[in-house]
Design a protein. Structure first.
Ligand SMILES: [Zn+2]
Length: 484
C-alpha cells in the first residue's frame, strides 16, 4: 500500500488516541454494573451518551478521508493490538511458532506472516491463555456463540466497559445515516429485540427490552400483540433480531393488520434476499439494515442499499481478508475463506480469525452510497434450512441456539445437525470432557420436540467423535437436493 503522508500519519495517530480517550472517559460507575438499567437522568449517563457521540464523529472523519487513510489507521490499531496480544500466552506461542516479532509487523501486508485460525483452533485454548490480562468475571463481557455455522459452540470475551461502545457506535452510525438522532433519542427507551438468548445485559445502556415470540399460530399473534403494544407505548423504536425471528414477527403483524412505529430494524445472522428486505421494509415502514456479524467479532460490515447481498466492511474496526485453504490471500474479487482481524478487542484478540464463512471482497469500490470501504459478499449461510414434509422450510439456527443454551454449551465440543431424509432430523453431539449421558440427551430431545411441535422426527445421539466425512467439518448437512 502507498505510504501515508506525514500529515496523514499524525492525524491517524491523533484519531487512535481520541478513540482510546473516549474509552477511558466512560463513566465506570455506569458500565461496571451491566445488569442494571441505566438511570437516564444521571450525569453518568449523559457523559456516556456524549462520549458515544464523539466516538461516532471520529469514526465518520476517518471514513471520509478515504481508503488509504483508513488503511493507515488500521495499521496503527493493528500495531497496538499485536503489542497487547503478546501479553497472552496463546498469542505469544503463535508468534513464537511462526517466528514473528509482533513489533516488526507495521504494514498490513506483514499480517500475512501470522497464520489464520478458525474456531476449531481456538475452542480448546483455555480462556486464561487467550486473555491479555487476568480480570474479575464482571469486568468481562462473555460472548456465547451457538455455533450454527461451524458446529462448535464458542465462548469469547471482551472488556465489559468498552465493547458496547465499540459495537453500538457502528449500529448508531447506520441509524443516524437514516435520520435517527442519538441526541434526541438517548433519553428514552427505543431498543427492542426478539428471542435473543443471553448476553444482552451489556447493552442495557441502550434500553434493551427482550421479547418472546413463539413461532406459530395464536401464540405467535398473542406475543406479537404484546410487542406492538410495548413499542406503541415508548414511540418510534429500533428492533434488533435475526431474519428467522423477523419473518415470524412480520407474519404475525400481517395477521394482526398492525404497524408499530419503527425507526429501523437491525438484522444479524444469516444473509437475506432482497425481496425479503423490501417486504420487511414495507410491513415495518422503516429501513432494514442487514449485518454480517459473528457473536465473537460483533458487526463486520453492514448491507449496502446499492449493492444487494453485499456488505461494506467496518474497516475502522476490522481488517477483512479473503484467504485460500493454504492461507494465501486471493486476488481481489475471488472467493475464499473470510478472515477477520478485530482491532478493538484488546482483551481477547482475534487475529486472522476465520469464522467459517466463504465469500468475496472487492477493495476498489466506487459505490453510489458514498461509502469507500470494501464490499464483502458472503456465501453459504442462506442454504442452511431444515425442510418439512408440508413444504415449508426454516433456518437451522433455531435448533443450534437451543442446543447451545446453558448449561449444555460448555459441555459440547462440536455438534452436527443432519437432515438425511424429509421428515427427520438427526443430531450428533461430541462432548468436550465427560460424557453427557442419557438423561441430558433425553432432556435435549424433549426440548427440540417442543420447538418443532411434532413437525419433524428428531433423534439425538452422543458420539465420541463426529466423523467429518469431508475435509471441512460441516455443522449442518442439509437435505440432498434429489430427496427434496
Ligand atoms: Zn454502498
Amino acid at each position: 500500500m502507498r505510504s501515508a503522508s506525514f500529515i496523514d500519519d499524525v492525524r491517524a495517530r491523533w484519531y487512535r488516541f481520541r478513540l482510546d480517550r473516549s474509552v477511558r472517559a466512560l463513566p465506570l460507575e455506569l458500565v461496571a454494573d451491566s445488569g442494571a438499567r441505566a438511570d437516564k437522568e444521571s450525569s453518568a449517563f449523559r457523559r456516556y451518551a456524549r462520549e458515544l457521540e464523539r466516538y461516532i464523529a471520529v469514526l465518520e472523519d476517518i471514513r471520509r478521508r478515504g481508503p488509504s487513510f483508513v488503511g493507515r489507521f488500521q495499521e496503527l490499531r493493528l500495531e497496538k493490538l499485536l503489542r497487547r496480544a503478546a501479553a497472552s500466552a496463546y498469542w505469544r506461542s503463535v508468534f513464537e511458532r511462526s517466528g514473528v516479532n509482533p513489533g516488526d509487523i507495521r504494514r498490513l501486508a506483514d499480517l500475512a506472516r501470522i497464520p489464520p485460525v478458525g474456531r476449531t483452533g481456538l475452542i480448546d485454548v483455555p480462556r486464561d491463555a487467550s486473555a491479555t490480562e487476568k480480570l474479575p468475571d464482571n469486568a468481562v463481557y462473555w460472548m456465547r456463540s451457538s455455533g450454527s455455522t461451524t458446529g462448535t459452540p464458542f465462548i469469547w470475551g471482551s472488556y465489559a466497559w468498552d465493547w458496547p461502545l465499540a459495537v453500538w457506535s457502528y449500529h448508531l452510525r447506520e441509524l443516524d445515516a437514516r435520520g435517527f438522532s442519538l441526541a434526541t433519542s438517548a433519553h428514552r427507551d427505543f431498543l427492542f429485540q426478539i428471542n435473543y438468548g443471553g448476553g444482552n445485559a451489556v447493552f442495557q445502556m441502550f434500553f434493551i427490552e427482550n421479547f418472546r415470540l413463539r413461532p406459530r399460530g395464536d401464540a405467535a399473534e398473542e406475543d406479537a400483540r404484546a410487542i406492538v403494544a410495548a413499542i406503541e407505548e415508548v414511540g418510534p423504536s429500533v428492533l434488533l433480531c435475526n431474519p428467522t425471528e423477523l419473518a415470524s414477527f412480520l407474519h404475525a403483524l400481517d395477521a394482526l393488520g398492525r404497524q408499530p412505529p419503527m425507526t429501523g430494524c437491525l438484522l444479524v445472522g444469516q444473509p437475506i434476499e432482497e425481496a425479503f428486505q423490501e417486504h420487511a421494509e414495507r410491513l415495518l415502514g422503516c429501513p432494514v439494515i442487514p449485518y454480517y456479524s459473528t457473536m465473537e467479532t460483533a458487526a463486520i460490515g453492514a448491507g449496502c442499499r446499492h449493492a444487494p447481498g453485499r456488505y461494506h466492511t467496518y474497516a475502522e474496526r476490522v481488517i477483512v481478508e479473503i484467504l485460500d485453504d493454504a492461507g494465501r490471500q486471493v486476488a481481489d474479487g475471488e472467493r475464499g475463506n473470510i478472515t477477520v482481524t478485530c482491532l478493538d478487542n484488546l482483551f481477547m484478540p482475534l487475529i486472522r480469525y476465520q469464522p467459517g464463512d466463504v465469500g468475496t471482497l472487492r477493495h476498489r469500490v466506487s459505490c453510489p452510497c458514498g461509502n469507500p470501504n470494501p464490499l464483502l459478499e458472503v456465501e453459504g449461510r442462506s442454504v442452511d434450512v431444515i425442510r418439512f414434509a408440508d413444504g415449508s422450510a426454516e433456518s437451522v439456527r433455531r435448533v443450534f441456539k437451543l442446543l447451545a443454551a446453558d448449561p449444555f454449551l460448555t459441555r459440547i465440543r462440536r455438534m452436527q445437525v443432519r437432515q438425511e431424509e424429509l421428515g427427520t432430523l438427526r443430531i450428533l453431539l461430541e462432548p468436550r470432557d465427560a460424557i453427557l449421558g442419557p438423561a441430558v440427551i433425553r432432556e435435549l430431545k424433549k426440548r427440540i420436540d417442543v420447538l418443532y411441535e411434532g413437525k419433524i422426527r428428531v433423534t439425538v445421539e452422543e458420539v465420541r467423535e463426529i466423523d467429518p466425512g469431508t475435509k471441512k467439518f460441516k455443522a449442518f448437512v442439509p437435505l440432498a437436493p434429489r430427496t427434496r
